[in-house]
Write a protein that binds this ligand. Structure first.
Ligand code: C5P
Length: 282
């Protein structure tokens, strides 16, 4: 049995910089991973199967064409072999919530089955397969901090990140990504230049405060509880910055350390879903 983590993806900022003729939006976004996430396990088997368990497993169980299965079939086709594996996905991230659950699961499937099947396809072919599965899958395949451009297929180095903590909070309402992009109004502004490094979490928060998530306003229009989550995060001691991730509705608070984020998670009132800890810095 082989296993692979599918960590939460967090967009520390997300500027929409243009729109392609096919309707996809051009982005400039700083993406990081963690804390926590889904997990995928694979065992050799005849045929391809997927069992979904975990706290959010129910939301996916009825979906016959899960992105994990599509990833497995695409990889097998590229490798010229049968898609054979018994997969188990432990779903701990809320579905359709802006932290890349489905994309991270698909990317984990590519990494895991690439090992199980010993495809020898190489990083470039894997990245191309990832791009064919969804805009966020290439960055999730790389699973390291990256500045993402294009519609998600261009990955540039991220600034060197300081130690810091993240608290993810979700209001319990799924948001469909296309609807949020469609509700967006206004022009296209690329972010200012990023530094090579942020020396500490406070400097990182100050740098990020000058940037935005352009999908936050349309997400709030579609799902007002996002604004309540942001307001709740901002009242927590030690919260340096609060912002929505991706197309929502999950929001994050940035803290000076993983411990500070965990204490804030404990102090957050109400039954909202939360996850706190450090982020993958390299
Ligand atoms: O590629 P993915 O399936 O994750 O995208 C879901 C939808 O989100 C797309 O069909 C599109 O409507 C929107 N989207 C976009 N621009 C992006 C990524 C996603 O407009 N860069």
């Amino acid at each position: 049995m082989l296993g692979e983590a599918a960590p939460a993806k967090v967009n520390l900022y997300l500027h929409v910089t243009g729109r392609r003729p096919d309707g996809y939006h051009l982005l400039d976004s700083l993406v990081v991973f963690g804390p926590g996430g889904d997990e995928l396990a694979a065992a050799p088997a005849e045929g391809l199967s997927l069992r979904v368990e975990g706290p959010f497993g129910g939301a996916l169980a009825a979906e016959p064409d899960n992105l994990v299965l599509r990833a497995a079939r695409a990889l097998a086709a590229a490798a010229g072999r049968e898609a054979e594996a018994a997969l188990t996905l432990t779903k701990r991230l809320p579905v359709a919530s802006g932290i890349g659950g489905g994309s991270s699961d698909a990317a984990a499937a590519l990494r895991l089955l690439d090992r199980l099947w010993d495809t020898g396809l190489g990083a470039e072919r894997l990245a191309a397969i990832a791009a064919g599965l969804g805009a966020d899958v290439p960055v999730c395949l790389a699973v390291r901090p990256a500045r993402m451009q294009g519609i998600g297929e261009v990955l540039l180095p991220a600034p060197t990140l300081p130690e810091c903590g993240l608290l993810l909070v979700n209001p319990g309402i799924a948001l469909a990504t296309p609807a949020v992009f469609k509700a967006r109004q206004g022009g296209f502004t690329p972010p200012a230049a990023l530094p090579e490094a942020w020396p500490d979490a406070a400097a990182m928060a100050a740098g990020l405060a000058a940037l935005r998530n352009d999908l936050e306003a349309p997400a709030i229009a579609l799902c007002p509880p996002v604004a309540e989550v942001l307001a709740a995060l901002r009242t927590l001691p030690g919260c340096l910055l609060a912002r929505m991730s991706g197309s929502g509705a999950t929001c994050f608070g940035l803290f000076a350390s993983p411990e500070a984020a965990r204490s804030a998670a404990a102090a957050l009132p109400g039954p909202r879903w939360r996850m706190a800890g450090g982020l993958h810095r390299a």
